[in-house]
Write a protein that binds this ligand. Structure first.
Ligand SMILES: [Zn+2]
Length: 464
């Protein structure tokens, strides 16, 4: 009887379509750095890079139009973990810190008795960034160094090993319910897949119309018409060489993610596992004149992300209603029956009754990535991007998913409405209470300067 009552309560939360699914004992949050949605077979790619993610998509609700709030790591991940816009958190760059006292998925689940552990492969997400808060175990060991800049990082094989070890540590606890966050770094540049992997994709990339194009080397990390300095390797300047490297990194990550899933299956923990999968942002691969970079733009190549949620007992589905990474927080907590404070959060429960008939209204910003500010909004099948230079706003209007054609000149009234709506959204993003104190210490800041992550005398500089 008690079990039936519990099931009834869970069904009330889930809305229609509720089945007799076992109560989850594992929640897996899988995030991948720098992964464009359209690299996945489940999102229409025919390259076959992601068989394991495509299999996960076949067990999940996949959101075809999902957006990150920014095109670089810390703002996007902090928003996912808290449900707040990066600006509300005071996060404008990768050297910001998550404010003390803001509830995260880990703190909220921890208060409900979940054990929380995390493994991260991106140095930006080291514990000093504040994203470790609430995790009983947070593994930010970075055993290797990336090419070119030699910054600390962790590759996918090592990330999977560490994640399985962490899971074993959790499941050995009696009656434990485990929340495990795993962040794969590999598609992030410099593109340096394991030996031999790039060659698998080189011929196909050279056959692309611009595959044999030679690019100049840029002077910064933005990739405007040139190879970013942090990507430039082995004296290479051919487009195909870099694109093949990116695609090899995606395929390698997918293989290791598949190994993680197989490891969880072998531990009898997959069947009832709730899984949230997302990327923190995308990557420009020549789109809009930007090469092998992200962070300084709000076009779909940089901010549209793969996003899916697996709920055991629920049939797979594809949803076209627009979603944002800010929806993860309310959706997951509602699904697990964990109470959360909704004040100041704009995300929605994606599985609330009739949610599919609604839509999120993603608001995006370049934050501190550029001297001039860019802001964007997705609403009613359109996307509007503004660039602010010296107090003057220049707006561009697109049909969603069609950023090759600017519509503002033909539809000035619609552009004006979107501009006004964007302005209202911006003014509605207010700082989270007591958010003024970031955790980043001066010692950590000095370490970042030594690594070249923050340029001396340029505190606002941000790096993807
Ligand atoms: Zn990232």
């Amino acid at each position: 009887m008690i079990r039936r009552l519990k099931l009834f309560a869970a069904c009330a939360l889930l809305g229609a379509g509720c089945t007799d699914a076992p109560a989850p004992r594992l929640v897996l949050l899988l995030t991948v750095d720098t992964l464009r949605a359209d690299e996945l077979g489940a999102y229409g790619s025919s390259r076959g890079l992601t068989p394991h993610l495509d299999e996960l998509a076949g067990q999940s609700t996949l959101f075809t139009a999902a957006y990150a709030p920014a095109a670089f790591t810390l703002p996007s991940i902090a928003a996912l973990l808290t449900g707040h816009h990066p600006e509300a958190l005071g996060i404008r760059s990768n050297e910001s810190g998550l404010p003390i006292g803001v509830p995260t998925l880990a703190t909220a689940l921890g208060e409900s008795g979940w054990q929380a552990g995390a493994v991260v492969g991106n140095f930006v997400l080291r514990r000093e960034s504040g994203v470790a808060r609430g995790f009983q175990r947070f593994d930010d060991d970075f055993p290797s160094h990336e090419a070119v800049r030699h910054w600390p990082e962790r590759d996918a094989a090592n990330t999977t090993d560490a994640a399985l070890e962490l899971l074993d540590g959790c499941t050995q606890l009696p009656a434990a319910r485990c929340f495990l966050w795993v962040h794969y770094q590999d598609p992030h540049g410099p593109y340096e897949p394991p030996p031999g992997w790039r060659d698998r994709y080189l011929a196909a990339e050279r056959a692309a119309p611009d595959g044999r194009r030679q690019l100049p080397v840029g002077r910064d990390h933005r990739g405007l018409g040139a190879i970013p300095t942090y990507q430039y390797m082995e004296g290479r300047s051919e487009v195909a060489w870099y694109r093949a490297g990116y695609r090899a990194e995606v395929a390698y990550m997918d293989e290791q993610l598949g190994r993680l899933v197989a490891g969880i299956e072998a531990r009898q923990r997959w069947r009832d596992a709730v899984v949230i999968f997302a990327a923190d942002h995308g990557e420009a691969l020549g789109d809009h004149g930007v090469w092998f970079a992200h962070g300084a733009g709000l076009t779909d190549d940089q901010v549209r992300v793969p996003f899916m949620i697996r709920r055991p007992g629920e049939p797979p589905a594809r949803r076209d209603d627009v979603a944002t990474l800010l929806d993860v927080f309310p959706t997951l907590l509602a699904h697990l029956g964990v109470a959360s404070e909704t004040a100041g959060r704009s995300g929605r429960d994606l599985f609330a009754r009739a949610a599919a008939a609604g839509a999120s209204v993603p608001y995006m910003a370049t934050l501190g990535a550029l001297p001039e500010s860019q802001f964007a909004l997705v609403a009613d099948g359109f996307k509007f991007i503004t660039v602010e230079r010296d107090g003057v706003f220049d707006g561009r209007l697109y049909a969603l998913g069609r950023e090759d054609t600017e519509l503002g000149a033909a539809s000035p009234q619609l552009a004006a409405q979107m501009r006004e709506r964007l302005g209202r959204l911006r003014s509605g993003v207010v700082p989270v209470t007591e958010a003024a104190t970031a955790e980043l210490s001066e010692a950590d800041r000095e370490r970042l300067r030594d690594l070249g992550y923050i340029e001396r005398g340029e505190e606002s500089a941000s790096h993807p």
